[in-house]
Design a protein around this ligand. Structure first.
Ligand code: PLP
Length: 463
């Protein structure tokens, strides 16, 4: 399988190169040249199979040229053995036709673990094969960073530098990153927002000399291999509820659009998905875009769902490419306008194509709190604020056919203050994370300046 860039000006490359590069050299994001297909018979044969087996069936269609099947199987078994639930991503019923897909049973209690645990293993395999080292850099609004650090902490081939917005991630999130004691792990608390962190990462990747010298690699949700790993739970959950014989819909708490784009990819592979619902918090650029046709960056507002507190939603570019009939020129135009003026307008055809598959909505802070309280009351389930946004929007939406699956993207104990305020119950950290709150932290505070970050990394990278 070859991969091409959404901006149409980068050479096609294989899975491993796309994984190691993250961003394409023309500034675009990688997508497969064609969508691999899974037949109805193959879907049916996967029903009731263990999660790693479904993962192998999905991921091998993208990675076959790079990773031999027995290696992939071993990596998947190892990765998903890190999860505290034997089903890896269990489904819970909330209402007659509403289901919660719990994606937070991994080591850092958010759905990012599902992809990161396998990505780290695939990267290590690739780096070993090439006998090289890499410098992984990433920006996090909280959950990506801890999942990445946890997944890469024992890597012999990669050092990892994670930028988080200073003072804007929850204490549990911060401690999950800053208490990992490994010489290859470096935490940078940036004096800025998550979007500032993301912008600096983009700047560093844009500096070809720096990029090549340190062999920079990204693990943010723009990394195609992460999206591939996220396709798996759309498939596993849909199969549990009767797919491919009936269609299901998904409601997805959305920030950078990586998770929900994996749902779109599952659909392109042949999984019968009816609607994909984009659920945002009050940082609602995507909801506004779907309603008005205009993608327009506002200021980021801090909320109780910090992992969705973003305005620039990077993976949306992948959908723009698809919805424009894979027109790299059109995507370049929209992205140039975004860079220049902070906004662009979708042409009518693109907007119609997006609306034909996606719905959207946003939940304000009062709605989030109310949803946590009412869901606890009605079902006994304690939701974290991110997951509550999904459930709130799912409650408003009535897809025509089939069940609706809302994604639970974080464990409530990751956001104990917000959960307690909403419903009076303070969720306890699972026992194996109890050490966090007293462990020693290590991080460096840096100004919002790409040069400062560059010299920090240069002084500490092994590549
Ligand atoms: C990252 C994250 C999201 C948003 O996912 P995207 O792929 O960025 O859209 C939602 N909820 C939680 C808890 C997250 O960590």
């Amino acid at each position: 399988m070859q991969y091409l860039s959404t901006r149409g000006e980068a050479a096609e490359i294989g899975f491993e190169d796309a994984m190691l590069a993250g961003l394409a050299p023309d500034g675009g994001l990688y997508l497969p040249r064609q969508w691999p297909q899974i037949s109805l018979a193959e879907f049916k044969a996967l029903r009731g199979r263990p999660y790693p087996e479904i993962a192998e069936a999905v991921i091998s269609r993208y990675s076959a040229d790079a990773i031999p099947p027995e290696r992939l199987r071993a990596m998947l078994n190892e990765a998903y053995a890190q999860f505290r639930h034997p089903a890896v991503a269990p489904l819970k019923q909330l209402d007659s036709n509403l289901f919660l897909l719990e994606l937070f049973h991994g080591p850092t209690l958010a759905f990012k673990d599902v992809a990161m645990q396998i990505l780290a293993r695939m990267m290590e395999f690739a780096l070993e094969k090439r006998n090289i080292h890499a410098t992984i850099i990433g920006a996090t609004s909280g959950d990506t960073g801890s999942a990445a650090i946890e997944a890469f902490k024992s890597s012999k081939r990669a050092s990892i530098f994670i930028l988080h917005p200073h003072g804007r991630v929850s204490e549990v999130q911060r401690r999950q990153m800053t208490t990992v004691d490994s010489p290859s792990v470096h935490n940078i608390a940036l004096e800025g927002s998550f979007d500032d962190c993301q912008a600096i990462i983009k700047t560093l990747f844009g500096d070809a000399g720096f990029r090549d010298r340190l062999r920079l690699s990204g693990v943010n949700s723009i990394n195609w291999a992460r999206i591939v790993a996220q396709i798996v739970y759309y498939v596993s959950s849909a199969l549990s509820l009767g797919a491919p014989d009936r269609a299901v819909s998904f409601c997805v708490p959305t920030g950078n659009f990586g998770d929900i784009f994996a749902g779109y990819a599952a659909k392109r592979m042949g999984l019968p998905i009816d609607r994909l619902i984009i659920a945002t918090n009050i940082n609602d650029i995507l909801d506004r875009t779907l309603r008005t046709g205009r993608y327009d960056i506002h200021k980021v507002l801090p909320t109780t769902s910090p992992s969705m507190d973003i305005q620039v939603s990077s993976n949306f570019e992948r959908l723009l490419f698809e919805a424009s009939g894979r027109n790299g020129g059109k995507v370049r135009g929209m992205m140039a306008s975004l860079a220049q003026s902070g906004s662009f307008t979708l042409d009518g055809e693109i907007l119609a194509a997006i609306r034909s598959e996606f719905d959207s909505g946003h939940a304000d802070e009062a709605t989030v709190a109310r949803t946590i309280a009412t869901t606890l009351d009605a079902t006994g389930e304690l939701l974290d604020p991110h997951s509550a946004i999904g459930v709130a929007l799912a409650g408003r939406s009535k897809p025509d056919r089939g069940p609706l699956i809302s994604l639970a993207t974080a464990h409530p104990a990751k956001f104990p203050d917000a959960v307690e305020q909403a419903c009076g119950i303070r969720p306890a950290l699972p026992a194996r994370l109890a050490y966090l709150m007293s462990a020693r932290e290590k991080f460096s505070i840096l100004p919002n300046d790409p040069e400062a970050v560059k010299s920090f990394i240069l002084a500490r990278s092994v590549s």
